[in-house]
Design a protein around this ligand. Structure first.
Ligand SMILES: O=C(O)COP(=O)(O)O
Ligand SMILES: [Mg+2]
Length: 226
């Protein structure tokens, strides 16, 4: 990708800023234990994260990526998971190496706005960002339950751009999954993905983002301050 001069960078949360799977898989397994179901383990949960809390619970219940769960069992499991994850949102989760340096670089660009767009529900998004010390870094946070649609729908990206007064053609999404690529393409944003995140067991390169980075520190070579 040629060097890009965005006026807005939207950053995904799970798998991009934060390795949140240790807390998510702990909470999934505690939920399974409470329901008398087999534990699912961290490797499976890693392939299930990225489409919001409800889809994660449905996948955990069915032990599949795409089978529907029984509605009553789902409601029960969701309530248990929400209570456990509320108490286990951040203690096992970590910022990926290079994230702080990358945010420092983006925030050194005076004309650049930085926001967070995640499919994670707002109550968990805010707590996780606060507990890891980066809540104040974002001009706007759009969570999975902020709007009527989540990524891969373009609405959260278009909403953020509109709120911050930037055109989609001047905007860049930074994410880890095919939902981020699809949302960015549909919104008319550029898209850079990280190689280390969660993409349902698939190689993110197969979705043809504009660039793939191994660390946020590589942003200094890809992005020019406008
Ligand atoms: O699935 C989730 O809850 C969040 O996923 P995201 O931060 O990668 O959008
Ligand atoms: Mg993600």
């Amino acid at each position: 990708m040629a060097q890009f001069q965005p006026k807005l960078v939207l950053i995904d949360l799970d798998g991009t800023l934060v390795d949140s799977v240790p807390d998510l898989s702990y909470s999934v397994d505690q939920t399974m234990l409470a329901l008398g179901l087999p534990l699912r383990g961290e490797a499976a949960v890693r392939t299930w994260v990225g489409n919001g809390v409800q889809t994660l619970v449905e996948r955990a219940l069915t032990n599949t990526l795409d089978q529907p769960a029984d509605p009553a069992a789902f409601e029960q499991a969701l309530a248990i998971f929400m209570a456990i994850y509320a108490e286990n949102t951040s203690q096992r989760s970590r910022l990926y190496p290079g994230v702080v340096e990358g945010l420092d670089f983006l925030q050194s660009c005076k004309a650049l706005k930085v926001a967070c767009v995640t499919n994670k529900a707002a109550q968990f998004t805010h707590k996780l960002l606060r507990d890891l010390g980066i809540f104040e870094r974002f001009a706007l946070i759009v969570s999975g339950d902020t709007l009527s649609e989540k990524k891969p729908h373009p609405l959260p990206l278009l909403y953020a751009a509109e709120q911050l007064g930037v055109e989609p053609t001047d905007s860049l999404m930074l994410g880890d999954s095919k939902s981020d690529v699809k949302a960015a393409r549909a919104a008319g944003f550029k898209i850079i993905t990280v190689s280390y995140g969660y993409n349902h067991g698939e190689d993110i390169r197969d979705y043809h983002p504009d660039a793939v980075i191994d660390s946020f520190q590589e942003l200094t070579t890809l992005i020019q301050c406008a």
